[in-house]
Design a protein around this ligand. Sequence first.
Ligand SMILES: [Zn+2]
Ligand SMILES: [Zn+2]
Length: 272
Amino acid sequence: MVIIAFFVGHWVSSIFSQTFFLHRYGAHKQFTMSKGWERFFHLLAYVSMGASFLSARGYAILHRMHHAYSDTPKDPHSPTNFSNVYSMMWATKKRYDAFAYRREQPEPRFEKDVPDWPLLDRLSQNWVARVTWLAAYTGFYFVFANHWYLWLLLPAHFVMGPIHGAIVNWCGHRYGYRNFESDDVSRNTLWFDFVTMGELFQNNHHKYAMRSNFAVRSFELDPTYQVMRVLNAVGIIKLRPLRELDEKGELIAPGMDLTDAESAETADAAAE
Ligand SMILES: [Zn+2]
Ligand SMILES: [Zn+2]
């Protein structure tokens, strides 16, 4: 029971950090918060993702490329470019490493205004730190795993981030339904995305990248947005109205526009 709770806790906290901090804040800046809270959630992302923490800068660059080149040959992780999920993930890792380890310079528009914390990046990329995380997970299993089959869950803790990335990037552009016609092949995989906290509303999200609620239709539910409403109400974050973003012409991310951008008025009207 303790192991199941630990597994679910790690799964949920890791994907929450990915969607809330790395994706909606880091890559899209759908909301603002003070520098202090930004550091808090950045650190929380490191603790919750642990061994498979992703650099916020590396993630933002790769993700903005995904929106700009969605499902074309220049998309860093489109399932249309690969025969299976493993080759897609391996290619994604190589592209991500190039930016996370600063070996390659991205187009300037992709790195504008990202939450950059080089010291935390270096710590998370340090092999002693990584092995310490793996040892900590294994130690926890030694103490609490009272059935042999529970050990089958252990490897998932080592690669929690890539597991979530594989589910979202593969399934979200392959399986499910579409609310909006678009040039990409994005889909909404679940009506209530309890698996990846809202990330599987890819079709809605590709249509309205700056919209903080990934659910659009009345029967859809985006759990992370519900948490964000609470954080907004208590003043920890400040959601940015689509109208403000539209005035700045930033409908994908800071400094980036959609080539076929519709006005936020239209986005609002279609979404409500
Ligand atoms: Zn996508
Ligand atoms: Zn996005």
